[in-house]
Design a protein around this ligand. Structure first.
Ligand code: AMP
Length: 131
């Protein structure tokens, strides 16, 4: 079920629980700003999620309220994750769903890293504007 992507942070969301160690994950990277782990329902041969450690609901929330250090640290970590899992040379897709139309389901900001195969069109052609 998509979430709003705005509003108060729910400290019981699944990624908050992963950050607290209450739920296991297949971790691939961790530093002061970010945690990366394999998606439980992979949509590509490589499908890794990268989340900031702070309580941000969505990209909208993170970009508005995150400190410069958190934002820089997070995006540097995303790049390090992609390098560490060998995606720089073949390439990859970086995606963040925001709010209801974005299809966001977990209300803790995250980016998806997809790779391991040519990923095809960026978005379903029948959802593109036709004007
Ligand atoms: P989004 O639709 O952008 O909010 O994506 C949420 C992602 O979290 C989905 O791809 C889910 O498969 C993934 N997910 C949900 N629960 C877990 C979990 N416990 N461990 C790893 N990935 C999860």
């Amino acid at each position: 079920m998509p979430v709003a992507g705005l509003g108060p942070y729910d400290a019981q969301n699944i990624f908050a629980r992963i950050l607290r160690g209450e739920i296991p994950c297949r971790r691939v990277f961790e530093d002061a700003h970010a945690l990366a782990f394999h998606d439980i329902t992979p949509r590509a041969p490589v499908h890794v999620l990268v989340i900031p450690k702070g309580p941000y609901v969505s990209f909208a929330d993170f970009s508005a309220r995150g400190s410069d250090a958190e934002i820089a640290g997070f995006f540097r970590a995303v790049g390090q994750v992609a390098t560490a899992i060998g995606l720089d040379a073949p390439g990859y897709r970086l995606l963040s769903n925001m709010g209801a139309d974005g299809g966001q389901e977990v209300p803790h900001f995250h980016v998806h890293l997809f790779g391991g195969v040519p990923l095809g069109p960026m978005i379903m052609p029948d959802t593109a504007a036709t004007a």
